[in-house]
Write a protein that binds this ligand. Structure first.
Ligand code: SAH
Ligand code: SF4
Ligand code: F3S
Length: 452
C-alpha cells in the first residue's frame, strides 16, 4: 500500500507555497494524499505572527492525536515559524511529533521523512539557519500533470527590518535572496508547464538582492526579467515594504504590461507617532507620496494593505489618523489585526498596552470603514471591460451553461457563466463586469474570442 499524507497549513503565502512544494515532492515519491484520519504522515505548517495562530497549533496537535489514535504508525511533521521557535522542545510535550523543520529546514524534509518511516524510534530536528538561500529541487507538477494557471515563486527568505511588533525576523532569520537566474529558471519551468500568472514571494520582496547573493539584479530589474519571459500574462508580488519602494519600482508599474495594477502595500498605521514606535522607517506623508507616484505611473492602480490596531500607546487621535488615511488612499481591501504581544519583540516591552475590549472596538470600526470602501470600489467596477484568467469551475452550477470562476487583474474573484465548452482552465477571456457582490464580482463575456 502506498504511504499516505495529509497537510494542514497556517500563515502566509510563503507557508502555503512551502507546503505545496513538499506535497508535490511526496506525490512524486509515490505518496498519496488522504483525509487526516487515514494519514500516516501529518504535516502541520505553522505560523506565529499573532497569538491565535500559535494557539491553533496546540489545538491542531491535539486534534491530530485524537484523529489518528488508531494508527500506530502515524506521525507528525511540524514545520514553519512555530517549529522554528520551539525546536526540539516540542518533542517533550507531543510524542507524535517526530520531525521538526524550521524555516530553512524544509529542503531536508523528503529524505528525512523516508528515514523516519524506516527507523520507527528516530526523531529529527532541522532548525539551523543557513547563510544563503538553499535551493530546493524544482518540483513543478506532480507526475507531469499540467500546472495550475497561477504559480507562486519564492525570491527570498527572511527579514531584518525588526519592526517592533514582529516575530518574523526571529522565525525566518536574516534576508537571503535567491539569485535572479534561479528565480528565472523556476518561473520558466512553471510557464512551460502551463502557468499564466506568477506571484513572486518574500517577507520583504523589494529588498531582493540587497543582501549578499552573488547576483547584481535588484527587485525592479528582476521584475523586468520575469515580465519578459514568454507565456507570462500576469505578474504580481507580495509583500513589499513602503520604505524600499524605489523610483525604478514605481516606473516598472508604468512600463511593464504584465505587472498587475494592484499593489498590497502594508501601512500598519496612519499616525506618525505610532509608525515611529513600530519602527517602520517611513511616515504618513511618505506613504501618501508613494501612492501618488504609483497612481501617476499607472492611473488604474488599486491598493490593499495590512493594518494593526491598538498598538501600545495608540490613542483615539492616532486611530483617527489611520481611519482618515484609509479614506484618502481608498484601499480596495485590507487585512486588519488587533495588536498582539510577541515574545522577545521590542513592542512587548513598551508601556501603555491597550485592553482587549478597546482594541476589538477599534478593529470593528476600522473593518466597517473598509467594508464601505470595498463596496464603493467594487461598485465602481460595474461596466468595466476586463480580462479574466479562468482558474476553475465555480461552486455554483447553472442550468444555462458552465459556471466558472476566475480573477481579474486586481486579483478579485469574478464569477461568469459561459456556454458549455467555451471555458478552459488558464484561458484569458475578455469580460464586462455586470454586478458587485460583497467580496466578488459577476461578469458577462464581452466576446467569445478566447486567448490561450
Ligand atoms: N512582511 C510583511 C508581513 C508580515 S506579517 C510586512 O512587512 O508587512 C503580516 C501582517 O501581520 C503584518 O503586516 C502585520 O499587519 C500583522 N502583524 C505582524 N505582527 C503582528 C503583531 N504582533 N500583532 C498584530 N498583527 C501583527
Ligand atoms: Fe515583520 Fe517588518 Fe519584516 Fe514585515 S518588514 S516581516 S512586519 S519585521
Ligand atoms: Fe506566519 Fe511565519 Fe509567515 S510567522 S506570517 S508563517 S513568516
Amino acid at each position: 500500500m502506498r504511504p499516505t499524507f495529509h497537510t494542514m497549513t497556517f500563515g502566509c503565502q510563503m507557508n502555503v507555497n512551502d507546503s505545496d512544494w513538499l506535497a508535490r515532492t511526496l506525490l512524486q515519491r509515490g505518496f498519496v494524499q488522504s483525509p487526516l484520519e487515514e494519514a500516516e504522515l501529518v504535516i502541520l505548517n505553522t505560523c506565529s505572527v499573532r497569538e491565535k495562530p500559535e494557539q491553533k497549533v496546540y489545538s491542531s496537535l491535539g486534534r491530530i492525536a485524537q484523529a489518528t489514535r488508531h494508527n500506530t504508525k502515524s506521525f507528525v511533521v511540524l514545520a514553519g515559524c512555530v517549529a522554528q521557535q520551539f525546536g526540539e522542545r516540542i518533542f517533550d510535550s507531543f510524542p507524535q511529533v517526530r520531525l521538526v523543520l524550521g524555516s530553512d529546514g524544509l529542503v531536508f524534509a523528503p529524505d528525512a521523512i523516508e528515514r523516519l518511516r524506516a527507523e520507527p524510534g528516530l526523531r529529527l530536528c532541522f532548525v539551523d539557519f543557513s547563510d544563503s538561500y538553499i535551493e530546493r529541487p524544482l518540483k513543478i507538477t506532480p507526475n507531469n500533470q499540467p500546472a495550475t494557471p497561477v504559480a507562486f515563486v519564492n525570491i527570498m527568505q527572511g527579514c531584518d527590518n525588526f519592526c517592533s511588533y514582529c516575530i518574523v525576523p526571529s522565525t525566518r532569520g536574516k534576508p537571503k535572496s535567491r539569485s535572479a537566474e534561479a528565480v528565472l529558471t523556476e518561473c520558466r519551468a512553471w510557464l512551460e508547464a502551463g502557468a499564466k500568472e506568477i506571484t513572486l514571494l518574500g517577507q520583504n520582496v523589494n529588498a531582493f538582492g540587497l543582501d549578499v547573493t552573488g547576483d547584481d539584479a535588484g527587485f525592479a530589474e528582476l521584475l523586468r526579467r520575469v515580465a519578459a519571459l514568454p507565456g507570462l500574462a500576469r505578474l504580481r508580488f507580495v509583500t513589499p515594504h513602503p520604505k524600499d519602494v524605489s523610483p525604478q519600482l514605481v516606473r516598472a508599474f508604468g512600463e511593464l504590461e504584465q505587472l498587475c495594477p494592484r499593489l498590497h502595500l502594508p501601512l500598519q498605521a496612519g499616525s506618525d507617532r505610532v509608525l515611529e514606535r513600530m519602527r517602520r522607517k517611513y511616515n504618513r506623508a511618505h506613504y501618501l507620496e508613494l501612492i501618488r507616484q504609483l497612481r501617476a505611473a499607472r492611473p488604474d492602480m488599486a491598493f490593499s494593505t495590512d493594518i494593526i490596531v491598538g498598538f501600545p500607546g495608540e490613542d483615539e487621535e492616532d486611530f483617527q489618523d489611520t481611519l482618515n488615511i484609509m479614506e484618502e488612499v481608498r484601499f480596495m481591501s485590507s487585512f486588519s489585526f488587533c495588536y498582539s504581544d510577541r515574545p522577545g519583540t521590542a513592542a512587548e516591552r513598551l508601556p501603555d498596552k491597550l485592553d482587549a475590549k478597546l482594541k476589538l472596538e477599534r478593529l470593528a470600526r476600522l473593518q466597517a470603514l473598509q467594508e464601505r470602501l470595498s463596496a464603493v470600489w467594487l461598485q465602481k467596477r460595474i461596466g468595466d471591460h476586463s480580462l479574466l484568467l479562468l482558474e476553475g469551475a465555480s461552486r455554483k452550477a447553472s442550468s444555462s451553461g458552465e459556471a466558472w470562476q476566475g480573477r481579474d487583474p486586481y486579483g478579485v474573484p469574478v464569477n461568469i457563466t459561459l456556454p458549455a465548452g467555451n471555458g478552459k482552465l488558464g484561458a484569458l477571456i475578455p469580460v464586462c463586469i455586470t454586478e458587485a457582490k460583497k467580496h466578488s464580482l459577476l461578469a458577462g463575456s464581452a466576446q467569445w474570442d478566447i486567448k490561450h
